[in-house]
Design a protein around this ligand. Structure first.
Ligand SMILES: C[S@@+](CC[C@H](N)C(=O)[O-])C[C@H]1O[C@@H](n2cnc3c(N)ncnc32)[C@H](O)[C@@H]1O
Ligand code: SF4
Length: 470
């Protein structure tokens, strides 16, 4: 039995009073009232600024080391439906013409990318995200794939993943992505309960989802992920457990179980969701635990704070080998040196720092059509930032920071992180241990991972604009 399963099972059998004491100390540590980032980057995107932009993007791109493959992210900011819970950058469209016009601009950006990137660059990872990439027609998918692979051919062991909305997908679209080399797919489910679906404006039947999974498998896509969300309106433990069972019947290779981020000040459409229909913090905690228990007992490995994977899946293997990473798409085993984001609002990560394209699609289109990059804001990483970025990533992925390894890579820049380890070991004595060399979040402290990670964030200030910690 893996350690994580035994942790989950221990939670099953521990007696009620121990459980209440644990919950009280998690509560005292702020689990139920703190708002903290999800740390898909460090610093987080709100700290990007306009001093880093187009010239940096061009220079960082043209000086990439071609001995190592890169990752490419293509953002499609359109959906046929606009689900009220969704915090992603996307806009609803009723006709295909804005999508086709956007693809033309993307093709121009890919041509600029080809003209700037060093000769011989290979593609280790390709990810289409959104929005809904499956809004593209097979013809548009073929056009984009031809341009991408002409600009950078796939490396030998590439991975190509696509985010799939079953209600905006069909066999022909799956066939087009599979022709292009898609070998991973991520399907949005969230919850199968009709009342929950109605409250988030996202009807989607089990049957349609099952047919999409079957079509992906028929087209030779070996790996399927399913996204679920807890903490949704009218969702109770029973609804969630039922969705877990239905999801399990689809035998996904990976599952992402996100806590619903209710951030209506950023995602205006969430104002459609009534606050009083949302489960409270304690209920969210119980939901996350109940679902995790079901996935763990079915034999999936628990990955980081919110993912599950079959033990044979590359994410689980990476986690076991200490190679798990975290990027803008969440947990990944991607070890490429750079992630280049194309399309409106997409974020690139180079060894030197982050750069984000114009968030508004119209501004993105204007820049590219004027023949210039759309890079609008970013952050150049100094050594002091890099060491904190690595420490936070290690905590989010492995629940521990190896200070000797940090010192070997970053030298004296690791000293402030060590000081933070000492401070946080005093703040959370029952949830972390620190022996001077390794800082570790103990199993009972894992629900606090984002809160503890925020203790290493030099930009951290009380900020109620993030999503809740659980
Ligand atoms: C970019 S969306 C693409 C999904 C795809 N368009 C679909 O609907 O199937 C990726 C995932 O982000 C997650 N997500 C979106 N908004 C969220 C929110 N407010 N809180 C938590 N997760 C969210 C959902 O699980 C969703 O499947
Ligand atoms: S969940 Fe998917 S389909 Fe719904 S609005 Fe978000 S990106 Fe679009």
């Amino acid at each position: 039995m893996s350690t994580l399963i035994s942790i989950k099972v221990r939670h099953l059998i521990c007696d009620y009073s121990t459980r209440m004491t644990e919950l009280k100390s998690l509560e005292r540590a702020g689990l139920f009232e703190k708002n903290v980032p999800r740390y898909t980057s460090y610093p987080t995107a709100p700290h990007f600024h306009a001093d880093v932009g187009r010239p940096d993007f061009a220079f960082w791109l043209e000086t990439l080391d071609i001995s190592k493959p890169v990752s490419l992210y293509i953002h499609i900011p359109f959906c046929e439906r606009l689900c009220w819970f969704c915090a992603c950058r996307t806009q609803g469209v009723t006709t295909l013409s804005p999508v086709a016009a956007y693809v033309d601009v993307l093709l121009d950006e890919i041509a600029m990318f080809k003209a700037t990137r060093p000769e011989g660059l290979k593609l280790g990872r390709l990810h289409f995200g959104g929005g809904s990439p499956t809004i593209l027609t097979p013809e548009l998918i073929d056009k984009l794939m031809a341009a991408i692979l002409d600009a950078t051919p796939f490396d030998a062991d590439y991975e190509f993943s696509v985010e799939i909305d079953p209600t905006a997908c069909n066999d022909d679209k799956i066939a087009a992505f599979a022709r292009g080399g898609m070998n991973r797919a991520s399907i949005g489910v969230q919850d199968f309960n009709p009342k929950v679906q109605e409250a988030i404006g996202r009807p989607q039947s089990y049957e349609l989802t099952r047919d999409t999974v079957e079509s992906l498998r028929r087209h030779g896509v070996p790996s399927v992920n399913i996204d679920m969300v807890y903490g949704l309106p009218y969702q109770g433990i029973d609804e969630l457990k039922n969705t877990v069972k239905l999801v399990q019947s689809l035998t996904p290779d990976r599952v992402a179980l996100f806590g619903y981020a209710h951030v209506p000040w950023m995602a205006k459409r969430q104002n459609m969701i009534k606050e009083d229909s949302l489960p409270g913090a304690h209920e969210r905690f119980q939901q996350a635990e109940a679902a995790a228990k079901m996935f763990a007992s079915s034999g999936m490995d628990v990955i980081g704070i919110d993912h599950f994977a079959k033990p044979t899946d590359s994410l689980a293997i990476a986690a076991r080998n200490g190679h798990l990473r975290r990027n803008f798409q969440g947990y990944t085993d991607d070890r490429c040196i750079a992630l280049i984001g194309l399309g409106a609002s997409s974020i690139s990560r180079f060894p030197q720092g982050y750069i984000q394209n114009n968030a508004a699609t119209t501004n993105y289109i204007k820049s590219i059509q004027s023949g210039d990059w759309s890079a609008a804001r970013g952050f150049a990483l100094g050594m002091a930032d890099q060491v904190r970025a690595r420490a936070i990533e290690a905590l989010m992925c492995d629940f521990e920071i190896d200070l000797e390894a940090l010192k070997a890579t970053y030298g004296d820049f690791s000293k402030p992180v060590k000081a933070d380890c000492k401070r946080l070991a005093k703040t959370y004595p029952t949830f972390v241990e620190f022996n001077g060399k390794t800082f570790r979040i103990l199993p009972d402290g894992r629900p606090l991972t984002r809160i503890i990670a925020s203790g290493f964030d030099a930009f951290n200030a009380p900020n109620h604009r993030h999503s809740s910690a659980i």
